[in-house]
Design a protein around this ligand. Sequence first.
Ligand code: ADP
Length: 162
Amino acid sequence: MKRAIYPGSFDPITFGHLDIIKRASGLCDELIIGVLNNKQKNPLFSTTERVNMIRELTENLGNVSVESFEGLTVDFARAKNAQVIIRGLRAVTDFENEIQLAQSNKVQYPEIETLFMTTSLQYSYLSSTVAKEFASYGGDISLFVPSEIIPLIERKFQDKEK
Ligand code: ADP
């Protein structure tokens, strides 16, 4: 039984994340998406909102579940009895930070393997930050995030203007 976690901020989830989720869910028996409740960052969406959005968008994937977590990814992996951490790689700029994280996690929890999945070409430029930047100026984000969550993002920026 191979259980993997896919941790991240997902603020908000993009087509890039969803692509990794779909592909990773085919590689393991169970995939737990870990939504980081990071108090240092000032997220656009609350942790509960992010969890709910991802649940709705992944309900067709039978072996995928979504949970929030606080603190270290390795502690979440250990608590969930996961053997694999999935991370996505877009460009060399991701690499330096990701290898450092993966190696620190390996030192802390030697049973864990970090598996890097390369982004699909059409999403290699895409990040939650890009989606938020476009949305903040009223731009078209239909190529960045699923249509279901576009109104939720737009509402956040409308509320900010008030
Ligand atoms: P974090 O704050 O942990 O970087 P993110 O929500 O930004 O969280 O990303 C979660 C994971 O998804 C990271 O491994 C990131 O590299 C990966 N990821 C983000 N966008 C893409 C994309 N367009 N294609 C592939 N992987 C991606």
